[in-house]
Design a protein around this ligand. Structure first.
Ligand code: BGP
Length: 486
């Protein structure tokens, strides 16, 4: 629409804050009748750049089930938010947070996943957390499933590989939507929905024994079940409270062509489409045509029930949220090498620096991504993860001087502002891990993102003391000025 003006900065009420996930943050994995989750059987990586969650096999699961330790399985201990939530929320309030993204651990509410009555102690914990946030006018943004589900559903029906899991999920969402109907307005269904094609941590399904084609078949079918569950949850939530805003969540990776050779440009387009397919379904309410070709050429058949297409249409999300850490490069020779979530890095971009973990840092890519997503979908966008994982060191003065983190965030926020000026409708920004927590990909403690340092090492030793880093006061200033003072 033509106007003789354009936005000069972030809108009033912009949701500044931070984002976390239950299994990386909470600890208290076996307290108050909580069940074991899929995330809590994932071992720590032996090599820093290895991803832990694709390694779950029948044998490793068997071992994990009988091992009560949280040394091998750091997501069982998190950073003990379960007992520190008041202190942690107070620190977030001191920075001026307007929003705090967290996830509910499904297995706190339904320990095995298939019970008919929820676990009151689990529900009461999140009541305490939401009430604490309300004290400081911090808006919760709640992910319903962040890389985890009750392990009972894996053991019983192989997680999302089974259509039954849709019913179990909707029983859980019905309970939490009703219980927190007046405490939570912003919801997300599945964290990084595109990670489902990566395997266990997305699908909760064991599939490492399968041949590659059968594995693909299982993952896309599991994903279909999640799409249906998400679309039904959107409808269910809106019935419970028409003010709810329920969004999708994508691990967004901007893909560049390695050269201007048309074949490379096409490879990048194809890679980008394979990233956007997931939000095509959740925002537009239908599978895009290019996936028909992909499914046919890969021998994948999605078993749909009558009515599934209508469910997808009727369950379109209210907004699109995404994580953004880096961009990637592809070319004709790597055309089949698709990025899945944050997991495949493609080729080296000579113009970009990388993090210690090889993630290619690209603030301008965030502006490109915001414009791409806005142009494709025309729904409000919400950046619900962004940040720099680094090995922060406590110096002799007991401080953490993390100027590198300030630089990273500052450059990304500058580009966000450019996108807002371009006309993108951006709701908020919750950077990843405002308080140090366990890494999703490596299960390390020493990959840190926070403004608040947590005294704990990879083996779980430490006082758990919270220490403000230099970036703490910087972010406070950013929020106080609504992103003007960077
Ligand atoms: C995203 C996940 C988060 C998170 C973040 C950083 O993919 O949604 O759970 O942890 O990436 O990744 P990592 O912890 O592996 O550095």
């Amino acid at each position: 629409m033509y106007k003789n003006s354009f936005p000069q900065g972030f809108k009033d009420g912009f949701l500044w804050g931070g984002a976390t996930a239950a299994n990386q943050l909470e600890g208290g994995w076996n307290l108050d009748h909580k069940g074991l989750t899929t995330a809590e059987v994932v071992e720590r990586a032996t090599d820093r750049k290895n991803f832990t969650f694709d390694k779950v096999t029948k044998e490793s699961l068997e071992k994990a089930l009988h091992d009560p330790s949280d040394t091998h399985y750091p997501k069982r201990r998190g950073v003990d938010f379960y007992h520190h939530y008041q202190e942690d929320i107070k620190l977030m309030a001191e920075m001026g947070f307007k929003a705090f993204r967290l996830s509910i651990a499904w297995a706190r509410i339904f320990p095995n996943g298939d019970e008919t009555t929820p676990n009151e102690e689990g529900l009461a914990f999140y009541d305490r957390v939401f009430d604490e946030l309300a004290k400081y006018n911090i808006e919760p943004v709640v992910t319903l499933s962040h890389y985890e589900m009750p392990l009972g559903l894996t053991l019983k029906q192989n997680g999302w590989a089974s259509r039954e899991t849709i019913t179990d999920f909707l029983r859980y969402t019905d309970v939490v939507f009703k219980r927190y109907a007046h405490k939570v307005k912003y919801w997300l269904t599945f964290n990084e929905i595109n990670a489902s094609t990566f395997g266990f941590m997305g699908t909760g399904a064991l599939d490492s024994d399968l041949a590659p084609q059968a594995q693909l078949q299982l993952r896309y079918q599991a994903l279909h079940h999640q799409f249906i569950a998400s679309a039904l949850a959107v409808q269910q939530g809106h019935k419970i409270n028409s003010n709810f805003k329920i969004g999708s969540m994508l691990a967004r990776m901007q893909t560049y062509p390695a050269t201007s050779k048309p074949e490379d440009v096409r490879a990048a387009q194809e890679s980008d489409d394979s990233n956007l397919f997931f939000t095509d379904v959740q925002v537009r309410g239908e599978y895009p045509e290019f996936m028909n070709r992909f499914f046919a050429e890969n021998g994948i058949t999605i078993a749909m029930e009558p009515g599934d297409e209508d469910i997808l249409q009727a369950g379109k999300v209210d907004y699109l949220s995404f994580s953004y850490y880096m961009s990637t490069v592809t070319s004709q020779k790597n055309a089949g090498d698709k990025s899945v979530g944050n997991m495949v890095f493609g080729e080296k971009n000579p113009y970009l620096e990388t993090s210690e973990w090889g993630w290619q840092i690209d603030p301008v890519g965030l502006r490109i991504t915001l414009n791409t997503l806005w142009d494709r979908y025309r729904v409000p966008l919400f950046i619900v993860e962004n940040g720099l994982g680094a090995t922060d060191k406590l110096t002799a003065d007991g401080q953490v001087h993390d100027q590198y983190r300030i630089d990273y965030l500052k450059k990304h926020i500058e580009q966000m502002k450019e996108a807002v000026k371009d006309g993108v409708d951006l709701m908020g920004y919750t950077m990843w891990g405002p308080i140090d927590l366990i890494s999703a990909s490596t299960s390390e403690m020493s990959k840190r993102y926070g403004f608040i340092y947590v005294d704990q090492d990879d083996e779980g030793h430490g006082s758990l003391r919270r220490i403000k880093k230099d970036s703490f006061d910087w972010y406070k200033k950013v929020i106080a000025s609504n992103g003007e003072d960077l």
